[in-house]
Design a protein around this ligand. Structure first.
Ligand SMILES: Nc1ncnc2c1ncn2[C@@H]1O[C@H](COP(=O)(O)OP(=O)(O)OP(=O)(O)O)[C@@H](O)[C@H]1O
Length: 325
C-alpha cells in the first residue's frame, strides 16, 4: 500500500502541490488525470523518489520512504521520452537494471539474459532481442521500455504518459494491451495522463487533479456519473450548463412533449454525431448555448423550434460552486 499524506511542493514561490492525501491499494491500477500543469508529474516524481516534497510523507507498506532515493524504493518507471540506449541491443536494454547492480546482488549473465528474454516474450516482442532501438517502431520501443522497467521486479510501476508520443491507433492498441498485462501481473501501477478516455478505460480508480489539488478520487463510473465539482464535470466527458447554473451531460437531457412543464428553449443548430443528434439551443436566461442529445433514430427538432427540456439524471453539479481561484 502506498500512502501519501500532506504532500506539498512549490517551485519559485508557486505552489504546485497543495496538501495531497492519497492511498493506493496493492494491485491497484490508478490514473492521475488532469490538465497540463496540474501537478501530476510532480506527484509521480515524488512517489518515485526523483523529487522530494517540502512537507508531507510517503509510505510504502507502512515504511516511511519520504527521504529514500529512487534506487532504494524498488519502483519501475516509464516516461514518454524515456529513451532506450541506442548503442545497446534490445535484450541488453531490458537487462540493464540488473546488469548494473552491485556484484553481490547481480544475477549471472545467463540469468539476466534469460530474464530479459522472458520479459520480451511478455511484452510480445520475443525474437527481437538482437535488434537495436532504431530498428523498432515507436510502439515497440515503449513496450521495451516497459519490459526494462519490469526487469528489476519493482513493487510499484509508475508510468508518465507512456504512450503520449504515439499516434491514436497505436495508443489504443497499447492501452488494451497494458490493461491485459496489468490483469495478468497485478502489479500496483500509477499512471499519469491528461487523456480522459485513457484514464476511464484503464484505471480501477481515477484521481482528478487541478492546480495542485485533488478534485475527486473515484471509480471511472463515479467520476463520470457523479462528478464532485464543476471542474470534474467539465474536464471529464462533455457537460453543458442549464438555467440555474447546474452542469449536466448532454445525453442526460430529455426533450419533453409539448405542453409539459419542461424548460422552454429555442433550437439554434442540429447536427449528426454518430448515432444521435446534437441539438444546440438558446435559453433566455443563459448567455451560452445548451447542448443536448436527441435519439438518432427519430427525426430531430429543427432550428427555430421551441422545445421543452428536462434533465433526466440525478447527478447534477451545482455551477455556483465554480472556483474563483
Ligand atoms: N523542476 C521544476 N522547476 C520549476 N517548476 C516546475 C518544475 N517541475 C514542475 N514545475 C512546474 O510545476 C507545475 C506542475 O507541473 P507538472 O509537470 O507536475 O504538471 P503536469 O500536470 O504533469 O503537467 P503536464 O501534463 O503538462 O506534464 C507547472 O507549473 C510546472 O511548470
Amino acid at each position: 500500500m502506498i500512502e501519501l499524506s500532506g504532500i506539498t511542493q512549490s517551485y519559485g514561490g508557486q505552489s504546485v502541490l497543495k496538501n495531497i492525501d492519497l492511498t493506493v491499494r496493492d494491485g491497484e491500477f490508478l490514473a492521475l488525470l488532469g490538465p497540463s500543469g496540474s501537478g501530476k508529474t510532480t506527484l509521480l516524481r515524488i512517489i518515485a523518489g526523483l523529487a522530494f516534497p517540502e512537507s508531507g510523507s510517503v509510505r510504502f507498506n507502512g515504511e516511511d520512504v519520504t527521504d529514500l532515493k529512487v534506487a532504494q524504493r524498488k519502483v519501475g518507471f516509464v516516461f514518454q521520452h524515456y529513451a532506450l540506449f541506442k548503442h545497446m541491443t534490445i535484450v541488453d536494454n531490458v537487462g540493464f537494471g540488473l546488469a548494473v547492480r552491485a556484484r553481490r546482488e547481480r544475477p549471472s549473465r545467463t540469468a539476466i539474459r534469460k530474464r530479459a528474454e522472458d520479459l520480451l516474450d511478455l511484452v510480445q516482442l520475443g525474437g527481437l532481442g538482437a535488434r537495436y532501438p532504431a530498428q523498432l517502431s515507436g510502439g515497440q520501443r515503449q513496450r521495451v521500455a516497459l519490459a526494462r522497467a519490469l526487469a528489476t521486479e519493482p513493487q510499484l510501476l509508475l508510468l508518465d504518459e507512456p504512450f503520449g508520443a504515439l499516434d491514436t491507433q497505436v495508443r489504443k492498441t497499447l492501452r488494451r494491451w497494458l490493461g491485459e498485462l496489468h490483469k495478468q501481473m497485478g502489479l500496483t501501477t500509477i499512471f499519469v495522463t491528461h487523456d480522459q478516455e485513457e484514464a476511464l478505460e484503464l484505471a480501477d480508480r481515477v484521481v482528478v487533479m487541478d492546480e495542485g489539488k485533488i478534485e475527486q478520487t473515484g471509480s471511472p463510473e463515479e467520476i463520470y456519473m457523479a462528478p464532485a465539482s464543476p471542474f470534474v464535470a467539465r474536464f471529464v466527458g462533455e457537460s453543458t450548463r442549464l438555467p440555474g447554473g447546474r452542469l449536466v451531460r448532454p445525453h442526460d437531457i430529455e426533450i419533453e412533449e409539448e405542453g409539459s412543464l419542461g424548460h422552454p428553449v429555442r433550437v439554434a443548430n442540429v447536427f449528426r454525431k454518430g448515432g444521435f443528434w446534437r441539438v444546440e439551443a438558446h435559453s433566455e436566461d443563459l448567455p451560452e448555448l445548451i447542448e443536448l442529445d436527441a435519439d438518432g433514430r427519430h427525426a430531430p427538432p429543427s432550428a427555430g423550434d421551441t422545445i421543452r427540456i428536462r434533465p433526466r439524471c440525478l447527478h447534477l453539479v451545482d455551477g455556483s460552486e465554480r472556483k474563483t481561484t
